[in-house]
Design a protein around this ligand. Structure first.
Ligand SMILES: [Zn+2]
Length: 189
């Protein structure tokens, strides 16, 4: 989101931080990033999750420690590194294993190219990815957050359960609208 103020173009603080952390080009289109969840799914909980990541207000331990809610900032899964958003969702060894398991499960089932997902794509989603891949990334991040709050590590079974529930809800809504074909097309790729 770019704010226009007295002819100056101001970047949000969160955008500057993400730009530095992910080495984003000056031309990075934040409006695309903000709109991607809305183009991807109608699930408002997933919108809210991505909103908090985009604006860096999600409760990773680094932030919780900074504002005095947690005594230490270490990662909920490995207990070794600082739990930044990048570490939590992408860099942690346990998160990495989780994404590998998700890829290995998804690829043969849906033939969705989920092989080379970058840190940027995992954290902010990406317009160039199909809606199905963006949904998978959002659901994976939801599993990571729910594992963090339950003090467990993210695993494939949690993802499969969430994914099946999500698809069942989608089927219900799309069939009510007489648009099941559109849903099938989205997941056939
Ligand atoms: Zn970790």
């Amino acid at each position: 989101m770019i704010l226009f103020c007295q002819n100056l173009v101001l970047k949000l603080k969160s955008e500057t931080k993400w730009s530095n952390e992910l080495n984003l080009p000056e031309t990075f289109n934040w409006n695309y990033a903000y709109n991607t969840p809305f183009k991807t799914t109608r699930n408002s909980k997933l919108h809210w999750l991505q909103y908090r990541i985009n604006h860096r207000i999600l409760g990773a331990n680094q932030l919780l420690h900074k504002i005095g809610i947690k005594n230490d900032n270490s990662c909920s899964f490995c207990n070794t590194n600082t739990e930044t958003l990048s570490h939590l969702f992408y860099e942690c060894q346990y998160t990495d294993t989780f994404w590998m398991d998700v890829k290995n499960w998804i690829n043969p089932v849906f033939n969705i190219p989920l092989l080379q997902i970058t840190k940027l794509e995992v954290l902010l989603g990406h317009r160039k990815l199909s809606s199905s891949v963006n949904v998978i990334l959002l659901l994976g991040k939801k599993v990571i957050m729910s594992s963090k709050s339950k003090r467990t590590r993210p695993n494939l079974n949690q993802f499969i359960m969430l994914f099946r529930n999500y698809i069942a809800c989608e089927k219900f809504h799309y069939s009510k609208e007489g648009r099941l074909d559109a849903l099938m097309k989205m997941w056939r790729n």
